[in-house]
Write a new protein. Structure first.
Ligand code: FES
Length: 213
C-alpha cells in the first residue's frame, strides 16, 4: 500500500473565491427574481449579463430591509437604513474603529464619498463582495452583543475570515479585508426608482476603476 502524499490543502486564492461568488450569484439571482417587485422591473437575463442598467422599485422596501439583485453578475446590496442606523454611522466610537472612515481609497463614485457612502443617506447601495478574498458578507443589522463579534453594532459580517463592515460598507480595522465595499454607479430616476449601472447626470464613474472589487 503506498503511503499517501501530503494532505495539506492550499489556501484559496481570491480568484477561487470569486468563482464561488459567481456560483452563489446564480442562487441570489434566483432569489431576487422570485421577489415580485424585482421580477416585474428587471430586464431579461441576457440584458443583465450584458451589463445594462437595472431599475429597482424601492416603494416596498421596508425600513431596515435589504434586497439583493445581480448586476453584471455581482450581487448588489440595497438597504433602507433606519434613522438609528444612520445615527450609528456617525457615532465617533464606531468611526474610530474603521480602517478608512472617510472613504479615502477609491472604492466609490465621488457622489458617494461622504459619511453615508451613498446618494441618499437612507439608501445604501453596495457591491456585496468582500474585499479580502471575495466571499459574500452577510447582512446583520442587529447582531447578538457577543456573536459573531463582540461589541459590534452590526452591518456586514464575512463568515470566511471574520471581516466586519458597517452599514455603509466601511471596513473595520484589524480584519483581513483591506478596503471598504465598493459602491456601484447608480442614480435615482425618481423618489421610488433606483437605477444601478448609470451615474447621475455629469458623473462618469466606472465600477472597474475601484481599487478592489
Ligand atoms: S473573504 Fe476573507 S474575510 Fe471575507
Amino acid at each position: 500500500m503506498s503511503s499517501h502524499a501530503s494532505t495539506s490543502i492550499p489556501e484559496p486564492t481570491r480568484r477561487d473565491m470569486l468563482s464561488l461568488v459567481a456560483i452563489s450569484g446564480a442562487v441570489i439571482g434566483a432569489a431576487a427574481i422570485a421577489w415580485p417587485l424585482i421580477d416585474s422591473m428587471n430586464p431579461s437575463a441576457d440584458v443583465i449579463a450584458a451589463g445594462a442598467p437595472i431599475d429597482i422599485d424601492l416603494s416596498k422596501l421596508a425600513l431596515g430591509q435589504q434586497i439583493v439583485v445581480l448586476w453584471r453578475g455581482a450581487p448588489m446590496l440595497i438597504v433602507n437604513r433606519t434613522p438609528a442606523a444612520l445615527k450609528t454611522l456617525q457615532d465617533p466610537s464606531l468611526v474610530s474603529r474603521l480602517s478608512d472612515p472617510k472613504s479615502d481609497v477609491h472604492q466609490q463614485p465621488p457622489y458617494a464619498n461622504n459619511w453615508h457612502r451613498s446618494v441618499k443617506p437612507e439608501f445604501a447601495v453596495l457591491v456585496g463582495i468582500c474585499t479580502h478574498l471575495g466571499c459574500l458578507p452577510g447582512y446583520l443589522p442587529n447582531p447578538d452583543p457577543t456573536t459573531p463579534a463582540p461589541n459590534w453594532p452590526g452591518g456586514y459580517f464575512c463568515p470566511c475570515h471574520g471581516s466586519k463592515y458597517d452599514l455603509a460598507g466601511r471596513v473595520y480595522s484589524g480584519v483581513p479585508a483591506p478596503y471598504n465595499l465598493p459602491v456601484p454607479p447608480y442614480r435615482f430616476m425618481n423618489d421610488k426608482t433606483l437605477r444601478i449601472g448609470e451615474n447621475p447626470s455629469g458623473a462618469t464613474f466606472e465600477l472597474s476603476s475601484v481599487v478592489q472589487m
